[in-house]
Design a protein around this ligand. Structure first.
Ligand code: UDP
Ligand code: MG
Length: 311
């Protein structure tokens, strides 16, 4: 029974050796048959050199190296496609996903054959800017309201899955990949381990606020068509409003004559409707953009180099 450990790396030359040490130390007790699949996601530092060296030292270490930065989602997908294990886990290299939890996750799966996946959930967001936590909470509230799939607040990508679930995830071959949603979408019985937030061991996060904002938009657009309803509902609402106003104006003119006035109110209405139309066209555009990328059928990633041992 092999466990494949998938590790996306972007500019992580410092973290990789620390991660590897920690994993090996942990596995000293766990004594599982591990294989590592590191994905170099177009790093600009010495990540690839570190990986080459590591895979020379240890036959269990495989690596894939992308031709440029394709993003963590692409790296995860590549890792899942190349994993051969009966169990597969996905981990960040910065030790924000504590290796000690792996033993507990494996034990839970061994104890309960009904269970397909053990995920992890951060109960605190210590060390994170408050504004980031605020928007994260907002995102989970919103997405769970407007989407069919249920995404657990604070759930990380760090999880241990059985093979059937991995195969199901690989079946979802869409170009616009939002893994948190895909993990939830495929279903399967998942339980969550809770732990306190851990800070990065080395290097720094590659996400800024706008990237996270866009990432959450991805999630909403990929897993819900509720925003499209905004146009529809807004349209109906303003139509009803316009009808009532028209009646009021007709009656007023018949009864009181027609004093010419109301330029400011006219401008407000024009601006309101104009803005609303742009908004809805924008929403439509977002979905069309997704369709456009999807219909090109481009590969999710391009591999430039891989370790000899990897399949
Ligand atoms: N990562 C990646 N490609 C990217 C950005 C990040 O493979 O374009 C990897 C990164 O090396 C790390 C994991 O994804 O192993 C999580 O990234 P990070 O720690 O920067 O995110 P955070 O934990 O702050 O959400
Ligand atoms: Mg991190």
């Amino acid at each position: 029974m092999t466990i494949s450990v998938i590790v996306p790396c972007y500019n992580e030359e410092e973290s990789i050796p620390i991660f590897y040490e920690a994993m090996e130390k942990m596995n000293h007790q766990l004594r599982e048959d591990l294989e590592y699949i590191f994905i170099n996601d177009g790093s600009k530092d010495r990540t690839l050199a570190v990986l080459r060296q590591l895979s020379k030292q240890d036959r269990k270490v495989h690596y894939l190296s992308f031709s440029r930065n394709f993003g963590k989602e692409a790296a995860l997908y590549a890792g899942l496609q190349h994993a051969a294990g009966d169990f597969v886990t996905v981990m960040d290299v910065d030790l924000q996903d504590p290796p000690e939890l792996l033993a507990e996750m494996k034990a839970m799966l061994d104890m309960n054959p009904e269970l397909d996946c053990v995920g992890t959930r951060r109960t605190t967001r210590e060390g994170e800017p408050p504004i980031r936590s605020f928007f994260a909470n907002l995102f989970y509230k919103l997405i769970n309201k407007i989407s069919q799939v249920e995404m657990v607040d604070g759930a990380r990508d760090f999880r241990l899955m059985r093979r059937p679930m991995v195969d199901a995830i690989l079946e979802v071959s869409e170009y616009n990949r939002f893994s948190k949603g895909i993990f939830a979408w495929v279903g399967f019985k998942t339980e969550y381990l809770e732990y306190k937030n851990v800070e990065r061991v080395a290097g720094e996060t590659s996400w800024n606020f706008w990237q996270l904002f866009n990432y959450s938009l991805e999630g909403i657009i990929n897993f819900s068509d509720a925003p499209l309803n905004i146009a529809f509902l807004g349209g109906i609402l303003s139509w009803i409003l316009a009808f009532i106003l028209m009646m009021v104006i007709i009656v007023r003119t018949l009864v009181f004559g027609d004093p010419t006035s109301g330029w400011p109110s006219l401008m407000t209405v024009i601006l309101f409707i104009g803005g609303f139309q742009l908004l809805t066209i924008g929403i439509l555009g977002k979905y069309i953009g997704k369709i456009f990328m999807e219909t090109k059928h481009r590969p999710v990633y391009v591999i430039k180099e891989k370790s000899k041992s990897s399949t």
